[in-house]
Design a protein around this ligand. Structure first.
Ligand SMILES: Cc1cc2nc3c(=O)[nH]c(=O)nc-3n(C[C@H](O)[C@H](O)[C@H](O)COP(=O)(O)OP(=O)(O)OC[C@H]3O[C@@H](n4cnc5c(N)ncnc54)[C@H](O)[C@@H]3O)c2cc1C
Length: 469
């Protein structure tokens, strides 16, 4: 048995941040990652010779900690080009209201809201939201919007945005998780629009997201490098298979893994297990394996977790100088039920991120990177084809992209990666944290265990490691 300071299970952003924080506390952790690379859902590839993010592109700026971490790592932060998101409906595309949270407007009389809904529907929504608040607000986003502003606001503004960001129906999303503080602001303001306005604050709208200049993928890369430089050990292709109490500490049983035949499924264990003994262990892997590892430690019974959508991207590098002006802002979300487009979203990556714009220009004039996204929650896996993606991109961007414009392409699957946090899952996770707070030397972190996305997991993973150090 090998004795180490700390074991961190899972080498996505959460595990890397926790292991990095341990090194800042003077400890030398061992990080176990069952795949062949660290970073998890933050991952890089190259298309037409340009390095770019194939997973998460950035973080929500509603909290400051991720930008603070970037600064500590010596990374520059960049913001997307200021431009609205667009939404595609078959009756015509429109730019999303700029003063809004997840599509919920801060003022239903704003001109971009009226343009999106029509004057009659905007007035109807305002009347609904003018009614006194009930004693209890519904905990899920879909019911909240439906109750306060009606189905048109839900379907035309909120469902496309929530579907795009969280890959889920708004009725499956706990409002407190996807927009922390909004419910409280609604209660203080006395209306949903008023609550959104309170959270957004006064002044010029700020970009809701940020990233690392040069690509989000640089953050896990630098975390990995700095952990190794501080004598921490990062073991890829090594999965944790079991976790047991060992007196005051823990034993983690680890084993080598090999690639699954289907690379979008988790790797498969192989070889003889090795035991690692440590006073501290942080579980930072995905929800399914974490539940299995914690089964002998606390009561893990709880709700069936809702599977994540069958997300897949067809990433295109095209030569199209007509796209230099970014005709549809930084991208478009497609409303459900479109007969003209089978994609659910398009991101104009090379228009959105200034460093990517520069990298593409340096490579070749008129080169553009587009991410065409497929796979909505509750739908079966869709058949992907580059021809379909080129056709969808042409319709969405309003620019004919013939086959000879294609320079390179990549098809990326992220099936099940973004499981929605339902109100029941949130309560279950809170229960796990409560039980674990009574158990010494163990912490649980990761996007599913700390709130939504990178903005929430960074401070949570750092606090988890600090508490155990
Ligand atoms: C396409 C896409 C776009 C996204 N865009 C954004 C965005 O713009 N902003 C944002 O905030 N978030 C975004 N996200 C979500 C964000 O990427 C995740 O919330 C975050 O990266 C999750 O990090 P994590 O470390 O918690 O989990 P993961 O990245 O899932 O890492 C968990 C790791 O644990 C490993 N593991 C599992 N079991 C074991 C085991 N038994 N032993 C060892 N290792 C194990 C897995 O291989 C994995 O690497 C996006 C996600 C996707 C897929």
């Amino acid at each position: 048995m090998r004795r180490v300071d700390a074991v961190v299970i899972g080498g996505g952003m959460a595990g890397l941040v926790a292991a990095w924080q341990f090194t800042r506390e003077g400890l030398t952790p061992v990080l176990l990652e069952s795949r062949g690379y660290t970073g998890g859902l933050v991952a890089a590839s190259k298309i037409a010779g340009v390095a770019y993010d194939i997973g998460a592109e950035g973080w929500a700026v509603r909290r400051p900690e991720t930008a603070e971490l970037a600064a500590e790592l010596g990374l520059d932060v960049e913001f997307p080009r200021p431009a609205p998101s667009w939404v595609w409906f078959d009756d015509g595309p429109f730019a999303m209201p700029s003063r809004a949270i997840l599509g919920i407007p801060a003022d239903l009389s704003d001109s971009d809201v009226v343009a999106a809904l029509g004057a009659g529907e905007a007035e109807k929504a305002a009347r609904l939201d003018g009614a006194p608040l009930p004693d209890e607000l519904p905990p899920d986003l879909g019911s909240l919007v439906e109750q306060r502003m009606g189905t048109t606001v839900l379907e035309r503004l909120v469902a496309p945005i929530a579907g795009g960001i969280h890959a889920a129906d708004p009725h499956l999303l706990a409002t407190e998780v996807v927009s922390p503080g909004l419910l409280d602001a609604v209660r203080r303001a006395g209306s949903l629009a008023g609550g959104v306005a309170l959270v957004k604050g006064d002044g010029a709208p700020k970009p809701p997201v940020a990233s690392v200049a040069g690509g989000m993928f640089r953050m896990p890369q630098v975390l990995h490098e700095q952990i190794s430089a501080a004598d921490g050990q990062v073991l890829t292709r090594t999965g944790a298979r079991a976790l047991e109490r060992d007196g005051e500490g823990w034993v983690v049983r680890a084993a080598a893994t090999v690639r699954n035949e289907n690379p979008s499924l988790p790797p498969v264990p192989c070889g003889e297990p090795v035991d690692l003994a440590a006073a501290r262990v942080v579980i930072a892997c995905s929800a399914g394996p974490a539940r299995r590892l914690l089964g002998g430690v606390v009561d893990v019974s709880g709700p069936e977790l809702v599977p994540g959508a069958p997300i897949a991207h067809v990433n295109l590098a095209v030569r199209a100088p007509e796209l230099d002006a970014g005709p549809r802002g930084n991208g478009m979300l497609v409303a459900r039920g479109s007969q003209q487009v089978s994609a659910k979203a398009l991101t104009h990556l090379s228009a959105k991120w200034p460093s990517l714009t520069a990298d593409c220009r340096a490579r070749s004039e008129g080169l553009h990177l587009l991410r065409v996204s497929y796979g909505r929650s509750g739908e079966a896996e869709v058949e992907l084809s580059v021809g379909q993606a080129m056709a969808d991109a042409s319709t969405l961007l309003g620019v004919e992209l013939a086959a000879d414009r294609l320079v390179d392409h990549q098809i990326i699957h992220w099936s099940g990666a973004l499981a929605p946090t339902t109100p029941a899952a949130r309560a279950w996770v809170q229960g796990l944290h409560e039980q674990l707070s009574a158990v010494p030397g163990i912490g649980l972190t990761g996007a599913w265990a700390s709130g939504s996305g990178i903005a929430a997991l960074v401070p949570h993973a750092r606090d988890t490691a600090r508490r155990l150090a």
